[in-house]
Ligand binder design. Structure first.
Ligand SMILES: Nc1ncnc2c1ncn2[C@@H]1O[C@H](COP(=O)(O)OP(=O)(O)OP(=O)(O)O)[C@@H](O)[C@H]1O
Length: 343
């Protein structure tokens, strides 16, 4: 995904994509993939399980699992979303509902349109066609900072600019666009001051929760990959959101921190939040997702509870189409939780 900086958008100007460095993400060897010997036998799995209890709720749809199936209690409803780049239709989604207070994974092979859909739903790009609503209110054309005020936030990979801030400063900027009305702040400076204190208290509380308190005065650039992911998540929570969109939460994370990240994602749901995450790590998807949405060539080709979806022939086909040289067993999660081959 491209690097974005939510905080660089002044609250009174239309949103434009900030300049960031294009990032090439290598998903080979993602955490959770079994390590195979030359014959393709599993020699080691690096899998870590969450330490907190996971209560999955797979009964979220009103009918049999299928693309576009309505949910019992959707927090987000999208219709006819399309986005093309030149001749390529990157996203062409007829209908999608995201279930409330559940963890939904958005998966699919490289180039399937996940990032593009994620950017559209979070207000970081505008679709060519389509409508979508969050909590029954239209979000079409609403930029990300405004969506954050309504309770929908996404995580951002820390840009170079943010990395030059301290961990605490970066957290405080995560609150931008919350209540910090520039007009009010300029007319009533005391309002701003008391709010700034509140923001600092919240930032420090979250840093304690995410075990980054001791790092608060360090530059974000000095954090490890996993600690940055924790900071990205903590930062998104500054606005006390209802719906959190996570951008590849496990990418580049050291196994030592995977467990902590898994626990934090599960805790978001326990605290009443709804989570949508894009992820390539199928082990993480199986462990924590209640619902999985699978994209291929811009469309949703399957959705349903993790185990059901991973056995769906349409999903296997979608991955085979673009991963001819890869081990489909690993990609589709055809290994069991101990890393043994299931089929
Ligand atoms: N800004 C852009 N300009 C031109 N083409 C784009 C742009 N963004 C995405 N695309 C194209 O749209 C399609 C979907 O890309 P997208 O990044 O959404 O897929 P993805 O599922 O997120 O892939 P990955 O798993 O590799 O991140 C691809 O063919 C991609 O090349």
């Amino acid at each position: 995904m491209s690097s974005n900086d939510q905080t660089s958008t002044p609250a009174d100007e239309p949103w434009t994509e900030p300049e960031g460095e294009a990032e090439v993400v290598d998903h080979t060897g993602d955490f959770g993939d079994p390590v195979l010997d030359e014959q393709g036998e599993v020699v080691e799995t690096l899998e870590v399980e969450p330490t907190v209890d996971v209560h999955h709720d797979y009964d979220l749809a009103t009918g049999p699992a299928a693309p576009g199936v309505p949910k019992k209690d959707p927090i987000l409803v999208a219709d006819n979303i399309s986005r093309s780049f030149g001749g390529i239709k990157a996203v062409d989604v007829e209908h999608l509902e995201i279930p409330r207070n559940a963890i939904t994974a958005l998966i699919g092979p490289n180039g399937a349109g996940k990032t593009t859909l994620f950017n559209l739903l979070s207000g970081f790009d505008q679709p060519d066609t389509g409508e979508w609503s969050f909590n029954g209110r239209s979000l079409a054309g609403i930029p990300a900072w405004k969506a954050a005020r309504r309770g929908q936030v996404r995580t951002f990979q820390l840009t170079k600019v943010l990395q030059r801030l301290t961990v605490l400063e970066s957290m405080k900027l995560g609150a931008t666009g919350q209540k910090g009305e520039r007009f009010l702040a300029s007319v009533f400076p005391f309002l701003w001051r008391s709010q700034e204190k509140e923001i600092e208290v919240r930032a420090l509380e979250l840093l304690k929760k995410f075990k980054l308190y001791d790092k608060r005065a360090d530059f974000s650039a000095a954090l490890s990959g996993g600690q940055r992911k924790l900071l990205e998540m903590a930062r998104a929570l500054m606005t006390d959101p209802e719906f959190v969109l996570l951008d590849e939460p496990m990418a580049g994370v050291n196994p030592a921190l995977v467990q902590s990240l898994l626990d934090h994602v599960i805790n978001l749901k326990k605290e009443g939040m709804t989570v949508l995450f894009v992820e390539h790590d199928m082990h993480m998807v199986r462990h924590i997702a209640d619902w999985v949405v699978v994209m291929a060539e811009g469309r949703i080709v399957a959705e349903g509870p993790p185990r059901e979806v991973m056995q769906d022939p349409a999903v296997v086909d979608a991955y085979l189409g673009s991963h001819l040289d890869a081990d489909i067993g690993v990609i589709t999660g055809r290994y069991d939780e101990e890393g043994r081959r299931i089929s």
